[in-house]
Each structure stands twice: as C-alpha cells, then as structure tokens.
Design a protein around this ligand. Structure first.
Ligand SMILES: Nc1ncnc2c1ncn2[C@@H]1O[C@H](COP(=O)(O)OP(=O)(O)OP(=O)(O)O)[C@@H](O)[C@H]1O
Length: 315
C-alpha cells in the first residue's frame, strides 16, 4: 500500500453529507492509502459501525464508487450468489465540505479483522488452506459478476477472528476484457513477464498464487525478486520456488497451474483448491494439509458467529 500522511480528522468530528444530510461521527482512522483515508464511524444517533472513505482525488474515488455501484446492482440481478455479494457493501455516497473544500466520500461495511498475512502469522500456517478457500470463493463471486479484483495483495484481504474473509479496496476492480487498472508488483503477472495486464480470471488466480507463496515462503519470494533484473524475471523462478519449498508442497500442483495460467477459470480453480485441502492428509507425505480439527474449528466458529449475530440483532 502507498502510504501518505495527509492530515486526518480527529475523533468526534461529524461528517455531514451535503446531499443526503446524514451525519457520521468519526471514531478513529482505520487506514490511509494512495487514494484516500478510511475512518471508523457511526451514524449519529446509532451504534452500528461503518467504514467511511474520503478520497484525495474526486475522479479516482468516483471510479471506485462506480465499480461498487455496478457490482451491487449486478449482484442484485443475479440469483444464486452467496454471502457478502448479496449484502450491500456500499451504503452511501456523498460530498462533505471541510477544510475549505468539497471532498467526496462513501460509506461501506466495516470489516473487522486483520490483513491475511497478520492473521496467518498470529494463528498459524495451517490456516492457509481454509482462508485461501474463502478468498477464492470471493474472487469467484466477483468473476461471476463479470469483474476481476486486480490489485490482490495481503493488505486488501481482511480475515476476521472467525476466519471469514473479506476483500477491501475496490479501486483496482475492472471489467473482464479491459486493462488491469491498479496492481502491485509482486502479484502482477506482467511484473513476472508471465502474461498480459488484461483483465481475465487467470490474472487474479496468478496474484492469488503469489500471495499464497508469500504466506508460506516470504523469504524465498523476496530473494527471487531481489536477484532478478526486470528483463530476466519470469514465471519459472516462481515455479522453481514452489518446487523447492517444503511448505508449498501440499499446494504445489494447484500453484503451478495458476502460475502457468492453466485453469479454465476460477470455478475450476476453486474446485481444485477444495479437493486439495480436504484430501485426507497422509502423514509424512502431505505436510500442511488442512487438519480435520481446523475444518471443524472453522465450522464451529461460523456457527458461533451466527449465534452471536442472532442474539445481537434479533433478541
Ligand atoms: N471496509 C473497511 N473496513 C475496515 N477497514 C478498512 C475498510 N476499508 C479500508 N480499510 C482500512 O483502510 C486502509 C486503506 O484503505 P484502502 O486500501 O481502501 O485505501 P487506498 O487509498 O485505496 O489504498 P491503496 O494505496 O492500497 O490503494 C486499508 O488498508 C484498511 O486497513
């Protein structure tokens, strides 16, 4: 993420929308990136928490808003989509007059959690299989709507304490068939001279594979990037890395296919990932397969989360 330190509004500041007149009270800064500042807010008079993104540049934020609006209207039209693509992510779009100028902002669902690399560091590498699965499901949902995520990187993947995965920062989302809008070197197919920067499902799958390599062998990935010149960088470096890393072994078949662009699409890739992580672990031959206790723990966490939501909202 590009971090710039622009002045942020302090806690307690009330952001009043020019057009809808809704008032949002800032609690704290959640994060700051190249496109804007994201605040944790609550709507005045209510307890529910939201994330409010204030853009530096009207055009950049507007294109992000257009993508979110389009995603939302398409997911409403498509039946059969599960999970967060059915629950609205974008809640409000407005302008705010502050510090002598008009600033665009939008309000979205607050995603409570930690970026995936922090989550894995804290909870252990055996969580890679299951969080990877949840992330692939999100990407597949987006692909079904006709978009690719584009700028897939650990900072844009949040994982809750219950192991649920959410994508944030839709600034890099583009329609399938167009050019990739925003990318980050390591995860970019073009950076590895492994394909074009056109928006296809394989682009996201490539980035997903690099992200998995990073989660399980960051040092190896760093070394590969540091040693190579831009013109000598190529996918065989990644393939070698996959072959050399014992921790990547259980995922090697899948990762190779994604790096070589051999999946017909994300649905096939998702099915293959599922098969790989749910295959019975053969002691000594498949280190790192998602253990049965973890699958059960994850299922239990989801049930507990459902129960907690039920008691908070319906009791
Ligand atoms: N919906 C959300 N819920 C919780 N935290 C969020 C949410 N959206 C963004 N954040 C936090 O704010 C940070 C910056 O947000 P975001 O990545 O959208 O900004 P950006 O300017 O587009 O960043 P980049 O420079 O990576 O493109 C994120 O890394 C994350 O920590």
């Amino acid at each position: 993420m590009t971090t710039s330190s622009r002045p942020a509004y302090p806690a307690g500041t009330v952001i009043t929308g020019k057009w809808h007149n809704n008032r949002f009270v800032i609690r704290r800064v959640l994060g700051q990136g190249g496109n804007g500042i994201v605040y944790l807010v609550h709507k005045a008079g209510y307890r529910n928490l939201y994330a409010l993104k204030m853009g530096y540049d009207t055009l950049d934020l507007q294109s992000e808003i257009n993508v979110l609006t389009s995603l939302q209207s398409q997911s409403r039209r498509q039946d059969g989509l599960k999970g967060s693509f059915k629950t609205p992510f974008l809640l409000e779009v407005d302008d705010f007059t502050g510090m002598g100028k008009e600033v665009p902002f939008y309000v979205m669902r607050y995603i409570e959690g930690n970026p995936i690399h922090h989550f894995i560091r804290r909870r252990g590498e055996e969580w890679v299989g299951i969080t990877g699965l949840r992330l692939l499901e999100k990407l597949t949902g987006l692909h079904r709507l006709g978009f690719i995520f584009g700028d897939l990187k650990p900072d844009n993947v949040m994982v809750s304490d219950y192991g649920q995965v959410e994508l944030i920062d839709y600034g890099g989302v583009s329609k399938i068939g167009r050019s990739v809008k925003q990318f980050t070197e390591w995860y970019d197919r073009g950076y590895w001279n492994a394909g074009s920067r056109s928006s296809d499902e394989a682009y996201d799958l490539f980035a997903f594979a690099v992200l998995m390599i990073q989660l399980l062998n960051e040092e190896g990935l760093k070394a590969a990037c540091a040693q190579l010149l831009p013109q000598t960088r190529n996918r065989s470096e990644l393939l070698n890395l996959i072959g050399r890393s014992p921790k990547l072994k259980p995922y090697a078949l899948w990762l190779r296919k994604a790096i070589q662009g051999e999946f017909s699409g994300s649905r096939e890739a998702l099915a293959a990932w599922k098969q790989q992580i749910y295959a019975p672990a053969v002691s000594g031959r498949a280190p790192g397969k998602t253990p049965r206790w973890l699958i059960n723990t994850f299922a239990f966490s989801v049930i507990m989360l459902g129960a907690a939501v039920y008691f908070v909202f319906f009791k």
